[in-house]
Design a protein. Sequence first.
Lengths: 826, 454
Amino acid sequence: MKYFVGIDLGTTNSAISTFDGENVRVWKSKTDQADVTPSAIYVDKRGRRYYGRRAYENSFRQPERCAKLFKRFMGTSTKFTIDDAELTPEECSAEILRELFKNLPDEIRENKDGVGIVITVPAAFNQMQNAATLEAAKKANLGKVALMQEPVAAIMRVMKDNQSDGNFLVFDLGGGTLDVSIAERISGKVNFLANGGLTMCGGRDFDRILFDNFVVPWLEENFSLPDDWQTLDEYKLLKGLGLYFLELAKIELSSSDTAKIEGEIELEDENGEEIYLDIDIDRENFSAAIDDLVTKAIETARETIEKSGLTSGDITKIIFIGGPVNYKPIRDRVVDELGIPGSIEVNPMTAVSEGAAIFAEAVDWDSDEHERKSTREQFRSDSELGLSFRYESRTPDKKARIAVVLEQAVDGYTFEISSLDSGWTSGTVALKNKAIVTVPLHKRGENKFVVEVCDKGGDAVFLESDTIIITQTYANVSGLLAAHSIGVEVKERLGSDVTRMDYLVREGDTLPAKGQKKFRSGKKIRAGSDDSINFKLWQGEIEDIPSDNLFVGALKISGTDFDFGTIVEGAEIICNYTIDDAGSIKLEVEIPAVGEEFYGNFYAREDAQVDFNKDSSKINRDGKDLLQRVRDIGNAVDDDDYEKLQQAGEIASTAISANNSTHDAEELKHIEEEIQQAKKTLADIRERNKFSIRRDDLNGWRSYYKNYLKKFAKPQENEQVENLFERAENLIERDDSAFDDVITEIRDTTYRIVLRDDNFIADMFNRLIKNPADFTDREKFYRLSQAGKTAISQKNFVELRKIVGALYSIKIYRDDDSLIANIIKA
Amino acid sequence: MKFDENPFRVLNVSIYDTKSTIIEQADDLSFADPDREKIIEAAKNILLNPRKRIAAEVRLFVDADAFSAENIFVELTEIDRMFSIQKPDILRTRINATRIKSKFPAVNDTETIKAELKNLRDELRGMMQEALKAVSHQTKVDFANRLVDKVLTQKNFGVVIEDFFDSYKLEMSAFIDDTVEQIIALSGKFEFNFKAEFSQYLYELEPKITAFVNTRRPVDKFYAALGTNKFDDSEEIFYAVREVAIKLYNEKHLIDYPLTITRMLEKNFSYLPKVDELIREDLKFLEDAKKNQPSPSFTTAMKQLEAIKKSMEHSLHFEKGFEQANLDFYLHFFRSTHEDTIKLLMFRRDMSLDEWHILNAATAAIYIQMGTAMTWVHFHPKTVLELFRKALPYAEASGNAELVVRIRKDVDEWERTNNRIYGKSSSEEWGCSEGCGCVWLIVWAFIVICSFLH
């Protein structure tokens, strides 16, 4: 591999760099002659395509002919309409990648086999976003590509110039995301200790806040605009230019205390008055407006420090990366609040692409998985003597060890190691069975040495291979960290209905990772049958409710997938997985009982890919679900958590009322991210208040049983329920799902009892008939509804029970129900 | 991290060693054995990361290295005890004491320690499952049965023991499932041809039930001790087999077969809390029924009387034109064959007094029926009188005073008739007079017989 390329494919700006083993170079865009290329596409009326600055600037005036911010929608099915053409985020990204690649000189571009490219992704990117980025690279037809987390690339760049040991916090506030990473450098070896991050927290989000705080009130105060002007096509220009002038003012504020958001819009308001902008802002009110988001970012940094097991005092410095950190008050605030010195020793706009190029050199581009090169090598050089060399092939040190090893001891042999670069020689060294020589490394990059072995008579022994190459690196990175936990939804035990996450990889685990995890089948599947084992994969930290995490995908192994045999209940399921440096997972599932291996596309592209321009229904559903859960635990949480619970409730309310006419795609995506975050908050609250929530739950069941159900229970059932209450009581403070299992058993047992209550059956009937859309056979549904009403009026509950049974037989269940996880943790 | 992969062991460093020692040692080991570089690097990364290092430290303090698949059966209760006594805050204190020397930052909370204990528990469970998979079915069953008795006697067990029984259940689920299916199929098949196949059924069923229960009992007993009610498989088998017993009793009127089945159920399933009482009730019911069951001699005798009765019903006709046929039947069948049978029956004594009474009543009824039939035959009032007189001792032996009175009344009447006939010749007088008790007696006697037979 001759050329190592790093690409920072950013939300607002992208950059490309190369590394030759010694030096890094940032390649300016040919059109703009700038280090960074705005990630924007513009198509003019004649169909000519423009990228970079010109496209970006046109995006404010002619948003309908432009695409930008597509990185935010990677992994979704949101489309970008340019003129009449619809582009996916992957297609847009592919165009930017191709454009960036054009910045490289011809000898690199024309030598695709000799180029290894690392594209960076935010650490917070999920599986679908990573997959979409790789898809974009494939569409761009760049050649050999690997992904790398942006903070890793940033650290690589920092280590190039900074050769001192210490703990570093990388605060990478980009156009769209915040990544926080903590790494430790000891003798040139870099070990990552923790990752953290926030999606929808970047320069773009600051812009939106500022726009809402300064531009919108000023416009609405000074001009006659409809209430929903921001969503109306005729005011798109106003919104676009408003953001543009705001951005100019923001840049001005980086170097000045005050600035003006000013400009002509060339648009009239409802009264025919020409609209313009003339707003004074200063650093103080600017900082106040973005305070909440900055606070969130600092909180994330604090959490990351905690995750690393360090304290602020243990961290040497904060390294700032990304466009928004050019604004000094943000840097000052982070430094002040964390109590750690800050540093702007690297170019915040290009550090990531530079680091990516440096990292590209460390990748073994000949391996299928593009793993990192080994730092130790050994090879056998002579078959007769059994001679082999072991050596440190990559080291940041200025010296390295070479061991000459013989299988059997010999007498009178000698060897000599010479540098082909500097003329250094080890001199003659006696060789008996093993000898170690430390060699100096004179330069960064490859250092070549040659070994000569002589026999007793002083004659040179023929060696099949006598050259050793040792690379002096800027830093050896080990211990890259998984940014997310990825797990399989499992039942904890046979007979349990409660599912949990069983993790293949946990956030903070070292990457790359390779492993095997065993599960057991929770169902009997005969060859040819329609029954299936459902292997569901989720990404996230919410252990007790897998479906609150991000659905990565599912593998359904049904009876029709194998020709012979039976997968018995309890049969072993072996899952082999690999997770690469960027956190992308690959799985294969083996079931020895039927001698088959199953592969599948685990990425749920279809399920995860919401088009935020068109569909808000999923957000509405998630909002309702979240609100219900907030209510469920409201009584059992302590005061400290009550406020957080209220905030989660507010997010849920926003989500319930969100729709495409009042919110644009970016806002809806933001709400989705907030819901996801609120679910995590809720999970943390549940964990902290676990015992009181359980106590509350159990008390609820006890009271429900005592006051209402007991009279319907037979003596044996009563004894059974009381036993279960006692068992649940004993399990309240246990740290597993046993309590939930018992509650499920209580629910099942009491359900059998409550069915004896005629009023319950009547309620059940009334609930069922509320939603005719839930039934397959509408005609039969109406017939049954009518018959049920008659049965209620005649108090014929025997008949009503039959009718309810018949209604259930034609009820439609959600598709997801057919994909109930039915594998058991082994 | 697995038990045999504790980074401290992989790198051969102590919990007190500092970062530089760990790095140096990892470098040296990687250099000496490049093939193990990835394992060594992974171990180094764990030990250098203050958060991830907790996993290795917890394992060291819990002495997790002592857990292995080889000794897990031997030391399960000890491992359970050891695991139960771990307290996250004490572990944190111990870890922090070592971190002062190793110069790693102190652990501030116990969350990671709790999570690690949970991971350890999961790994132990995995190890138990591997160990169970490696031994024979019988070894598993024997161990589980011993273990359940031991822990229930001691009344002290922790989550590791619970996990063992979950793992055992999982490991055995295919066998259980298969056996349940076989027993259900066997019981279903048996319904169709119960008599011929009962022995075969029992022969096939009993070992299956025994194997099933031996396998399943430890789990059921353990769950019963926990207070849960997850006995679905066992109850399914129990009710399926009990259903066979119920059908044999209700539909085929058998007692011994259902009793055999119920005793087998008692032997195997009485440990189940829900069915224990049911078994006792079933047994009491069947044993009571057996006590009231007629003796074989009586049953045989009644069957023979029934045969005579059927023969009479078939051959005797109470209408004009059949006088000669009735007489022929009396002379050639009843007197020559049936009467001999009746006399022989009366020699049987191995029956209860009640049975003896019923037998005599039924015999009396047969003579009355025959005598009544003979009233339709011309010029044979003596035969009628003779038959009624023959009925009388049986009626007296039946202990039924009412019956005796009625028969005596008929005998008296026919004696008078005979006296008259020798003086007069009028066919109209030969039949039974209106109000004669013969017909009533026949009906009454047959009711007695029928009710007994059912």
